[in-house]
Design a protein around this ligand. Structure first.
Ligand SMILES: [Zn+2]
Ligand SMILES: [Zn+2]
Length: 305
């Protein structure tokens, strides 16, 4: 299985258009060593021909343009995605769907909760009905149930409901329900290799820790280094936990959870522009590298064979 990182930043991207934090300023003026990053999305494929898109960021056109793996090649109109899986209904993970309106009906896989948000509060699916059309497919969240993507026979997907946060416009924002946010386990039926993907993960409970330990590669929430990062840098008022993200540092942070995993390759993804790990010369970035953890970048390709 191949995993292709289309965008490795959290919502807003890096640098963020209106942000003057140390990282955003530094990457603009070259005073820090850091790579710009687009908003969060990956694609997976078993054969490098047919891809499954996981989340569609508003940067999707730029991402496709810069990734030859996703260019049309076989027919006059040639979408390389056989389906799109959405892990939640956040703007940075869904509004790219509007940019894919020129082709065949989009096959969109999501939980019923996400579909409801995208048909009402953020009515992307209704808008798309007037263009390419949408064929929606349910993503089951009951334990032990997985799902497949049509025409992608070699990959199998399992969704795990995770603690997170529905978007501000969702009726579930303050009354979370299972299915507002999911993590995905992606398994290649031929090789048996699997990846765990969770760009938003507020908590690592035993069930999530077990799923992570079984995977060959985990790509997990790398949004914030500290819980109060945005407050400390005067760019926001919310703590990481309030918006559905577990910080990396601290005794119960993401790094502590990753340290307990022996098997998988470990990758942080969905990185907010304020996170010091974006500065390749920072102490925090060094700590991550010394722990054997990688920091995802746009265009990163992971080959699980
Ligand atoms: Zn996001
Ligand atoms: Zn910034």
């Amino acid at each position: 299985m191949k995993i292709l990182v289309l965008g490795s930043a959290a919502g807003g991207g890096f640098p963020q258009w209106n942000c003057n934090c140390r990282n955003c300023r530094g990457v603009r003026d070259g005073s820090i060593r850091a790579r710009p990053r687009t908003q969060s999305s990956i694609a997976v494929s078993a054969d490098s021909i047919n891809w499954v898109l996981i989340n569609a960021s508003p940067d999707i056109l730029t991402q496709i343009r810069s990734l030859p793996q996703l260019h049309p090649r076989r027919r006059p109109r040639d979408a390389r995605f056989r389906g799109v899986i959405l892990v939640d209904s956040q703007i940075d993970h869904t509004t790219g769907l509007l940019m894919l309106r020129e082709g065949e009906p989009l096959k969109i896989y999501s939980t019923a909760n996400v579909r409801e948000d995208l048909a009402t509060a953020n009515p992307i699916l209704r808008v798309l009905e007037s263009y390419c059309g949408v064929e929606w497919r349910p993503v089951p969240i009951e334990p032990g149930r997985g799902f497949d993507i049509e025409d992608v026979d070699d990959l199998h997907f399992t969704a795990l409901p995770v603690a997170g946060k529905a978007p501000p416009y969702s009726p579930h924002r303050e009354s979370p329900e299972p299915g507002d946010n999911i993590a995905l386990v992606i398994t290649d039926r031929r090789s048996g290799k699997s990846a765990f993907y969770a760009p938003g993960l507020a908590e690592v409970d035993d069930r999530i820790a077990a799923a992570m330990s079984r995977a060959d590669c985990v790509l997990v929430d790398g949004t914030f280094w500290t819980d109060d990062e945005m407050i400390r840098q005067s760019v926001g008022r919310k703590r990481a936990a309030e918006i559905g993200h577990l910080a990396q540092s601290g005794s119960d942070g993401m790094l502590a959870h990753l340290a307990r995993l022996e098997n998988p390759r470990k990758v942080l993804i969905h990185i907010n522009n304020t996170n010091p790990i974006l500065d390749e010369d920072s102490a925090e970035r060094r700590a991550v590298a010394e722990a054997g953890i990688e920091v995802a970048f746009d265009g990163m390709e992971i080959d699980l064979v």
